[in-house]
Design a protein around this ligand. Structure first.
Ligand code: NAD
Length: 336
């Protein structure tokens, strides 16, 4: 029996990444798609040879399914996830899970009450190099971790009607859209939560109502201090960085933040040595690892389907996503 997926909000990332991942797996079936724009729904229904709808309730009423993927503007996440829950569905909801932590907590509680699976679309933790970074860091291979930093940006100019540029629909700008991935990843790699933040939000380049620039410092519960820079105003070619430094080395990921399993990881291990006042001792060469070229979305869908098929309602990642929003709530509270 195939795992049957329904998709709500089929025209954006769903069409670019999620549905192509679903149809790659012969154990999955794309049971139906829905988009509020009739022309988009029809075009995608024909493209993917599946039933198409412009109303999620009608789709869910008429289409038995095992999992619903939701890829709509953030303000719609909670109401649409609750509609899917009303029809007894397990839900894989895109990031950020909701507009704020309180909404996330309410959603997680609702899914727990109904004993249905809820997961959040933070797929970057499935990147082989991020798994490698986590394993190196958590097995002590760079010693005591002290600092970390991120750079993650894209070019996102003013676009008339874009929901991401509208506070009421997206909840925020580059912090809400990009920095959330960094928060989720650093908590995943370190295995601990961010407890405190201090930072700046700004509109440096564009005049939309959400920030195009975000820089904040964080401190984790154990005391690791780091920074996250996320902007909508650097050219796409600027790449991305996740750097983690410890007493015995570092892990530096370049070009790994994004939708593809690409980029590289450089791992340097320097065993404890004596104090060198000239600082010219020959450093060992870093080891380099490369993105495996897999499909991050497919890995995410397979994990979800395996859990849902076994009736194992693991809320761990949904609760991590709620924690990410708690961090973001703190960043926004300082500047609004
Ligand atoms: N994990 C990732 O890699 C990733 C990447 C991009 C976006 N996202 C997330 O996915 C979500 C959607 O972002 P996007 O870039 O695809 O946006 P988008 O605007 O490109 O696409 C959203 C789609 O939802 C449809 N839509 C709008 N209102 C709707 C409604 N009421 N009911 C049904 N469909 C509706 C739109 O017609 C459009 O087809 C956001 O939460 C975003 O943060 C995740």
């Amino acid at each position: 029996m195939k795992f049957r997926w329904c998709v709500i909000g089929a025209g954006g990332i769903a069409d670019r990444r999620a549905i192509p991942a679903i149809i790659k797996d012969e154990n999955f079936e794309l049971a139906a798609i829905m988009d509020r724009t009739p022309a988009v729904a029809e075009k995608l229904g024909k493209k993917y040879k599946t039933k198409f709808y412009t109303n999620e309730e009608t789709m869910l009423k008429e289409t038995p399914c095992d999992g619903v993927y939701i890829g709509t503007p953030v303000a719609l996440h909670v109401p649409q996830a609750l509609t899917a829950l009303k029809y007894g569905c397990n839900v894989l909801l895109e990031k950020p899970l909701a507009m704020n932590a309180a909404e996330c907590d309410g959603l997680v509680s609702a899914f727990k009450r109904e004993n249905k699976l809820l997961d959040a679309g933070y797929m970057m933790k499935y990147h082989n190099l991020h798994v490698k970074a986590k394993n190196l860091v958590q097995s002590g291979k760079i010693g005591q971790v002290n600092t970390a930093r991120f750079f993650f940006s894209c070019w996102y100019p003013e676009i008339a009607g874009a929901w991401r540029q509208n506070k009421a629909l997206g909840g925020g700008g580059s912090a809400m859209d990009l920095a959330v991935h960094c928060v989720e990843l650093i908590e995943y790699v370190l295995g601990e939560e961010i407890a405190e933040t201090k930072g700046f939000l700004a509109n440096r380049t564009f005049s939309y109502e959400v920030e195009d620039t975000c820089v904040f410092l964080f401190r984790t519960k154990s005391g690791v201090i780091g920074s996250i820079e996320a902007g909508f105003n650097a050219p796409d070619g600027c790449g991305s960085k996740m750097e983690i430094y410890g007493t015995e080395g570092c892990v530096i990921c370049s070009g790994t933040l994004g939708q593809e399993e690409k980029g590289s990881l450089s791992y340097l291990h320097v065993p404890f040595g004596g104090y060198d006042a000239m600082q010219n001792s020959a450093a060992p060469k870093p080891k380099r690892y490369y993105g495996a070229g897999g499909d991050l979305y497919l890995k995410q869908f397979r994990r979800f389907a395996a859990l849902a098929s076994r009736g194992e309602n693991d809320y761990f990642y949904a609760e991590r996503a709620a924690q990410v929003q708690r961090v973001l709530d703190g960043v926004y509270a300082e500047y609004r």
